[in-house]
Write a protein that binds this ligand. Structure first.
Ligand code: PHE
Ligand code: NA
Length: 440
């Protein structure tokens, strides 16, 4: 048997995990959901969810992955709990389900990057979205996005994923900071900051039952939880890494990029519309594409250049997330059946391309794939993983978390109890509210 791959450096793991976390969830959905869920009130709940629920949960996935040194499915068997491999399998399926339409949106982003350069959306941004989102263009660019993803994963952990994300993640941060600073200087962006940064507590109190499932679900999705991605990435780690610090950095950077993306997008929307347009302006998953393109279109040539940069960054972020999803399935097959990595990655890529053509055919189907993922699959998968780490694997999980932390026993115990209580209840409530919102 060949030696299993590992990260070359500690930073390599952190950057790859941040690359997985930072994606369409941060740059597209986060500002969009923020603007349809009360602005800063949503931001506040999201940040609380990321720290109180997301951080303990991501550490749980790290513990499983590093302890087992195996892919997300086989890991549970290796940890002597074979029945729980079903949870790993659910995570893998959830990830594949998501990648099928994530890639379609990735294809939209490629088209918007090109469209900014050529000025294709300038005359009619809504009509342009229509031509991008469904039909032959959507299918072709979905295929292209999937092919690039397969290409990176084919090169493996160190030469593919680590090398790619080492470049991608720093450029995402630098460019977003640049765009956020630029947004401050635009006429009319001023009121955006109050809307985005100072929470309306009355609104929050009145809409808590709506905001919570959105914000917590968003935190899971954003941190790449419940899809085996973090289990898989942590499985390439050594025992001397401090998981707690790494997890803190990853959650911190992911939240920071979400906030930053909002600091770019929300001011642009205020410049263009004097407010954030509600979902009526375009509606559904397209709202942000249309509104942001409107904002760029109104800025003339500078807007086109900004468009290339902005959508280029979104593309890079989406790719570094997509590779982590594909890696879950690829590593499972490579570990278990010893297939050749490029062949396995290409086979999954082809199957998911075909599944994704449904979402590329009708935006409503894409919305349905997304809703099911967000509200049912993801919270269920996170819930089971939390139960496993908290209540089944408990003491050994504490032991694993402490490695590389020198000391840290008390911290690890606090973590375990937070998983068993706060996190568990938080996930249950989210799942319940999510399911109720689909089947009222
Ligand atoms: N976290 C990614 C995002 O915010 C999406 C993702 C989910 C990536 C699960 C990998 C695994 O866009
Ligand atoms: Na994210």
């Amino acid at each position: 048997m060949t030696q299993r791959e590992t990260w070359a450096t500690r930073a390599g793991f952190i950057l790859a995990a941040v690359g997985s976390a930072v994606g369409l969830g941060n740059i597209w959905q986060f500002p969009f959901k923020t603007s349809t869920n009360g602005g800063a009130a949503f931001v506040l709940v999201y940040l609380l969810a990321a720290v109180l629920i997301g951080l303990p949960a991501i550490l749980g996935e790290f513990v499983i992955g590093r302890r087992a040194n195996l892919n997300a499915v086989a890991a549970f068997r290796k940890l002597d709990h074979p029945a729980w491999t079903a949870v790993g399998a659910l995570g893998l399926l959830t990830g594949m389900w998501i990648l099928s339409y994530y890639s379609v949106v990735g294809g939209w982003v490629i088209q918007y990057t090109i469209g900014s350069a050529t000025g294709a959306y300038l005359t009619d941004t809504a009509a342009y979205f229509g031509s991008v989102a469904t039909g032959p263009n959507a299918i072709a660019f979905h295929g292209l996005f999937m092919a690039i993803t397969v290409g990176i994963v084919a090169f493996g952990v160190e030469d593919g994923i680590e090398a790619a994300t080492r470049l991608m993640v720093p450029s995402i941060v630098v460019i977003l900071v640049g765009l956020a600073v630029y947004a401050v200087t635009l006429d009319g962006s001023g009121p955006a900051y109050g809307y985005y940064l100072s929470p309306d507590i009355d609104y929050l109190a009145a809409n808590l039952a709506d905001i919570v499932p959105f914000a917590v679900g968003q935190a899971f999705f954003s941190l790449s939880l419940g899809m085996g991605a973090m289990i898989t990435y942590a499985s390439y780690l050594g025992d001397d890494d401090n998981l707690v610090t790494d997890g803190g950095i990853i959650v911190g950077l992911n939240s920071a990029v979400g906030l930053l993306a909002g600091l770019v997008v929300v001011p642009l929307l205020f410049v263009q519309f004097g407010t954030v347009p509600d979902s009526a302006a375009g509606g559904g998953p397209g709202a942000l594409f249309v509104s942001v393109a409107d904002a760029f279109a109104s800025l003339g040539l500078a807007g086109r250049a900004l468009g290339v940069v902005f959508f280029g960054v979104v593309l890079v972020a989406a790719l570094s997330s997509a590779i982590s999803l594909l890696e879950v399935a690829t590593s499972y097959v490579v570990d278990t059946y010893g297939g050749r990595r490029p062949v396995v990655a290409a086979a999954f890529g082809t199957g998911l391309f075909l599944l994704g053509t449904l979402s590329a055919w009708r935006t409503a189907w894409l919305g349905w794939f997304d809703t099911l993922a967000y509200k049912v699959l993801l919270p269920t998968s996170v819930l089971l993983a939390v139960v496993f780490v908290g209540w089944i694997y408990g003491p050994q999980a504490v032991d694993e978390l402490q490695k590389g932390t020198d000391g840290g026993a008390r911290l690890a115990t606090v973590w375990l109890w937070s998983l068993r209580t706060v996190v568990l209840v938080g996930v249950l409530v989210t799942l319940y509210l999510g399911v109720v919102s689909i089947y009222p």
